[in-house]
Design a protein around this ligand. Structure first.
Ligand SMILES: NC(=O)c1ccc[n+]([C@@H]2O[C@H](COP(=O)([O-])OP(=O)(O)OC[C@H]3O[C@@H](n4cnc5c(N)ncnc54)[C@H](O)[C@@H]3O)[C@@H](O)[C@H]2O)c1
Length: 398
């Protein structure tokens, strides 16, 4: 094991800050098995954003080009947390320079680029992973265990939605999130998470049908300054076209059961609500991002008069929690930021050579990132064919 690992984050935006904070905290989760983690650089083309994030999260410096990070001898591990269309160039450059790379979801903005990235990952000597952060949610992992152990019985159907409201204000500025072809909007942005979670619980997707994409707000004002995440900034009176979907819906057939999935970025009142329910032969379970430290479970047992859903508070008896938070007592809550902590820990453990059997579950591979995009591409194809059934083709996923 190396005596230390130097870390950088490219992108100091909404999710970049979560990665920066996560590397800072990763060593302090669980037993201290990691080598020294050096917080080296935050890279952002906007030097103000890079400087502020480096200062806030205690990184030694900031860089304004990804090439500076690729060339730096004191950096081993890099998170790529920038617009999807920029992932390929930066990830390939970093892998060629011998860095270990954790790339944000979706892997890219086009399937062709995602496949090329997976190829580059196979050819690299270093580790390339994608950050499907919901893989780390204790409640989702627990429901998956209940399905896989047979406790819930056979999966009958899955109902999932990811509702967000970040685009519901028509005066919200245009940004990279609103540019790209069909399916590159809400479907890629938050549908990538929901599709991942559905397969995590129900097994591999086989086909989709009933695909539907729609754009509710067709133009947006240009920002007067730099934008970050979903924050509102002052806007001009010039508008640009929204090129992609605000809303997407489809149904799918999985290895276990069928399902209906819906995503929206114009769902007023839902800042970020990934919610799903899985119905099985012996009961049902549901998880709601707004209450991440609990699940609801219904088992078909006992007299009908008293049977029904019950709430289970998550704690040390559930996945990832024992020793994995500073205070991991029952009933002590946790949320979205912790997903990034555990993701960073898993990635650093893999890079450091901690055996899989002694580690958190590994982060997903680029092949899985390609598969996720193949799933979403089938939804787009279904929508373009008036809702026709489309098989999900898998070209790289092994
Ligand atoms: N896992 C999650 O829950 C989650 C949440 C949000 C975003 N994301 C993903 O993270 C990525 C970034 O999204 P975001 O919302 O943080 O974006 P953002 O718009 O908030 O931030 C992007 C940052 O990248 C910088 N940037 C632009 N071009 C750059 C370049 N060439 N080199 C370096 N920096 C550059 C911008 O100045 C900005 O600071 C996307 O892939 C998105 O899908 C994941």
């Amino acid at each position: 094991m190396a005596s230390s690992l130097g870390v950088a984050v490219i992108g100091a935006g909404m999710a970049g800050k979560a990665h920066a904070a996560a590397y800072r905290m990763a060593s302090a989760l669980y037993e201290p098995v990691l080598p020294e983690i050096r917080l080296v650089s935050i890279g952002d083309v906007n030097p103000e954003f890079g400087r502020a994030a480096a200062r806030r999260f205690g990184y030694q410096r900031h860089d304004s080009s990804w090439q500076a990070i690729a060339e730096a001898d004191d950096i081993d591990v890099v998170s790529v947390v920038i617009a999807n269309s920029l992932h390929r160039e930066v990830v390939e450059g970093l892998l060629a320079a011998g860095k270990h790379v954790l790339c944000e979801k979706p892997l890219s903005d086009t399937l062709a680029d995602a496949r090329a990235m997976a190829q580059a990952a196979h050819e690299a000597d270093t580790i390339a992973r994608i950050g499907f952060s919901f893989r780390r949610a204790p409640g989702i992992a627990f429901i998956r265990q209940l399905v896989q152990s047979g406790e819930l019985g056979e999966v009958l159907h899955f109902s999932g939605r990811y509702w967000a409201d970040y685009a519901s204000n028509p005066n919200g500025p245009i940004s990279w999130r609103y540019k790209g072809g069909p399916g590159s909007g809400a479907l890629a942005d938050i549908g990538s998470h929901l599709a991942y979670v559905a397969e995590f619980v129900c097994g591999d997707v086989e086909s989709v049908s009933g695909g539907r994409l729609s754009t509710a707000i067709t133009k947006r004002p240009k920002p007067l300054g730099a934008t970050l995440g979903h924050t509102q900034v002052a806007v001009s009176d010039e508008f640009e076209a929204v090129e992609n979907d605000d809303y997407a819906a489809f149904s799918a057939t999985f290895e276990h059961g069928v399902g209906a999935l819906e995503v929206s970025r114009v769902a007023a009142g839902h800042p970020t609500s990934l919610i799903f329910e899985v119905f099985c032969s012996k009961g049902a379970a549901r998880w709601d991002q707004r209450y991440p430290a609990q699940i609801e479970l219904m088992l078909n047992e006992g007299p009908a008069a008293t049977n029904g859903y019950r709430q289970i508070q998550l704690g040390p008896d559930h996945p990832y929690l024992a020793g994995g938070l500073p205070m991991d007592a029952p009933g002590v809550s946790f949320g979205q930021n912790e997903l990034f902590l555990h993701q960073a820990r898993a990635f650093l453990e893999e890079v450091a050579g901690v055996p899989e059997s002694e580690s958190l579950p590994r982060c997903a591979s680029f092949d899985e990132g390609v598969h996720n995009m193949e799933f979403l591409a089938a939804v787009v194809e279904s929508a373009q064919a008036g809702g026709a059934s489309v098989d999900v083709r898998t070209e790289v996923f092994a």
